[in-house]
Design a protein around this ligand. Structure first.
Ligand code: EFY
Length: 245
């Protein structure tokens, strides 16, 4: 997969993308990431990318010309079909499902905004608009990093066989069960005995129950998107009938 990122701050990506799985994915030739400075697509002496908003109001708006010229120029760099994505607070909410869809593309072009956002006419040149969540951010760079990380992990071969495939529980759409490792007792708190029993069938049942319990308590909204077995429904019914601990 090829990912092109259009940004005013390419240097922001040096750290997160130079380590972790993204570096190894690049080394394995599974993923190539290119950065493009939107300012390079201006033609005036001061490389102006923003201007005051028509209609008045505070803040600045990103001019359409540099962004659209950057999109068109970057698209020409590869014949592979590309998906052009605007990172924006008004976009559809990013999710594991969307990450899975994007991981199937051969090419992504991500555009990170600044100031108050983009001139509306930029939207005629993009395919998708994605938001990573409802909070005010300084720019679209961190959202771009989040999306690249979530998508890269789903590209076959990027995650070594040894690395944790969190997808199992996520593909089931439940929150994770409690994790434990050595020591068997930490400041008086032991690891649940079931996990030391070696009874893998019982351990799997315990983990599923704990995931359902935690999801039901903290993110009941996630249950709607989960395929629940009869045993799961029984577990949830028992959890709901149990008196509050
Ligand atoms: C209602 C609420 C969501 C809180 C809201 C309303 C209005 C503006 C903003 C806001 O944050 N504007 C600033 C910018 N934000 C983002 O780019 C951005 C923010 C959040 C998730 C994202 N996912 O991708 C890009 C994202 C836009 C241009 C510069 C940064 C946020």
């Amino acid at each position: 997969m090829r990912i092109d990122i259009l940004t005013l701050f390419p240097e922001m990506f040096a750290g997160p993308f130079s380590e972790s799985i993204l570096k190894r994915a690049a080394e394995k030739g599974l993923l190539e990431i290119h950065f493009h400075q939107i300012r390079d697509y201006t033609h005036d002496k001061h490389h102006v990318v923003d201007d005051t908003p028509y209609g008045g109001g505070a803040g600045m708006v990103m001019k359409p010309e540099p962004v659209v010229e950057a999109i068109e120029s970057v698209k020409r760099l590869s014949d592979a079909e590309s998906r052009t994505i605007l990172l924006s607070p008004s976009g559809k909410l990013f999710s594991q499902g969307i990450a899975a869809e994007l991981a199937l593309k051969s090419r992504l072009i991500l555009i990170a905004g600044h100031y108050e956002g983009f001139d509306e006419r930029v939207r005629s040149y993009i395919d998708d608009e994605i938001s990573i969540g409802d909070y005010v951010l300084s720019g679209g760079e961190l959202p771009a990093m989040v999306i690249v990380d979530a998508v890269a992990r789903l590209i076959p071969g990027v995650l070594g066989c040894g690395e944790s495939h969190v997808e199992e529980s996520h593909s089931q759409g439940l929150l994770e069960y409690p994790h434990y490792t050595r020591p068997p007792e930490f400041r008086g708190t032991p690891v649940p005995a079931i996990l030391l029993s070696g009874n893998h069938a019982e351990i799997a049942k315990w983990r599923r129950k704990e995931s359902l319990k935690r999801t039901s308590e903290r993110r009941p909204d996630m249950l709607a998107g989960v395929a629940l077995s009869k045993a799961d429904r029984k577990t949830l019914a028992e959890l709901n009938s149990e008196p509050e601990a």
